[in-house]
Write a protein that binds this ligand. Structure first.
Ligand code: ADP
Ligand code: MG
Length: 255
């Protein structure tokens, strides 16, 4: 098997007396989508914050591309190609699509000014490539005028342009209609087609089942179930696993 993009080994993280993560072992594979599932408070956001360098584990190891990590921070995670797509929050609504894609990492010309023309061209190419379906939008359209799914698309276009190797999506479809969610799924499939790893977090098991290649269920800070999609015949099977976990805790779940 190829070297995983990330491996977590025996990771623990508490906030005061709350054990947010306990003995977490997890592998993030290149070019595949991980569906991370679990109830509110299960530790999903804490887990991705460790990966994104926002928090540090109390103990345990993280390996990135086969190397054990000793210092990890947001800057180091970014340098390793890890991008987090948050719901809406990351975009400047009043600004154009092109400005948003390049925000903070502007393309500049020989004298250091923002190369607006090139940003617009690159944005247009990206929008076409990842399948922005509406003909109404140009790179100059303000984000304000985009639907929820299209906004996720802008964030994903940004990740693609800057060659993200792992894209983390924390509840990207929570506020979206089914049609809009399907746009997000299509964008996530584009990421995968480009070889990027992704972590897709959703409360909606049907969404997670649709878009993911493998799954991990978190329950009260522990990974209680992992499976490849080939082992899971339907979303309902995942839902039943979750319900069993909620009722009995991890001990009754076979791995
Ligand atoms: N900054 C924090 N301070 C204290 N407790 C926190 C903090 N962040 C999360 N928690 C607690 O850690 C647990 C896991 O939370 P979280 O990772 O946000 O779960 P999820 O994303 O699965 O809903 C919860 O009990 C939550 O209340
Ligand atoms: Mg969360």
């Amino acid at each position: 098997m190829a070297t995983p993009f990330i491996e977590l080994k025996h990771v623990y993280k508490s906030y005061g007396s709350v054990n947010a993560l306990s003995d977490v072992n997890l592998t993030i594979e290149e070019g595949r989508v991980l569906g991370l599932i679990g109830d509110n408070g299960a530790g999903k956001s804490t887990l991705i914050k460790l990966i994104a360098g926002v928090h540090s584990p109390d103990s345990g190891e993280m390996w990135v591309k086969g190397k054990k990590v000793t210092h990890w921070s947001v800057a180091e995670a970014r340098a390793a190609g890890i991008e987090t797509v948050f719901q809406d929050r990351a975009l400047a609504e009043q600004q154009s699509i092109a400005r948003n894609i390049f925000m903070g990492r502007e393309l500049t010309n020989a004298i250091g000014l923002i190369d607006v023309k090139r940003q617009r061209e690159e944005a247009e190419r990206l929008m076409r490539e990842i399948g922005f379906t509406s003909k109404v939008f140009s790179p100059d359209s303000r984000v304000l005028t985009l639907s929820g799914g299209e906004r996720q698309g802008v964030a994903i276009a940004r990740a693609i342009y800057f060659k993200a190797q792992l894209v983390i999506l924390d509840e990207p479809t929570t506020a979206l209609s089914l049609t809009e969610s399907e746009k997000v799924f299509a964008f996530v499939r584009q990421l995968r087609a480009r070889g990027a790893a992704s972590i897709f977090i959703s409360h909606n098991i049907y969404h997670s089942y649709d878009v993911s290649d493998y799954f991990a269920i978190l329950d009260r800070g522990r990974i209680v179930y992992t499976a490849d999609k080939s082992e899971v015949p339907s979303a309902d099977v995942l839902i039943r696993k979750l319900q069993t976990v909620a009722r009995h805790g991890m001990l009754d779940i076979e791995h």
